[in-house]
Each structure stands twice: as structure tokens, then as C-alpha cells.
Design a protein around this ligand. Structure first.
Ligand SMILES: [Zn+2]
Length: 63
């Protein structure tokens, strides 16, 4: 499976706020690494978290 199709990011659980290393796919899917069953709290909804850097990842927000 070729790399480069997804980008590494940080995903934060919508429910409890736990952060995980994750992959973000071109279609917008966010897949936390090592947590196939979702968050430890049981949630499977995640949002990407912008690291504290000059790059602000706000493109793609739908609202
Ligand atoms: Zn959670």
C-alpha cells in the first residue's frame, strides 16, 4: 500500500477531547492510528486538531 495518500495529523475526540495520532485521507476520512474501535470513551467521532504552528488548517470547514 503506497504511502503519501494520507497525511499524518492529530485527531481529537469530539466527546472527551482525547487526542490521537491519526491519518487524514483525501476524502476527508480521519482514522486514528492504533484505535480501530474509536476513542477510549467509546466515541468514534473525531476532528482534526491544528498543531500550534504557522499553518492553520481551517480549509474544508463546512460552516
Ligand atoms: Zn473520547
Amino acid at each position: 500500500m503506497p504511502e503519501g495518500e494520507s497525511e499524518r495529523t492529530i485527531a481529537e475526540c469530539f466527546d472527551c477531547g482525547s487526542a490521537y495520532a491519526a491519518k487524514k485521507w483525501p476524502d476527508g476520512t480521519i482514522q486514528p492510528i492504533g484505535t480501530r474501535n474509536g476513542c477510549q470513551c467509546g466515541s468514534t467521532e473525531f476532528q482534526t486538531v491544528g498543531k500550534a504552528s504557522a499553518t492553520v488548517l481551517r480549509e474544508g470547514q463546512s460552516d
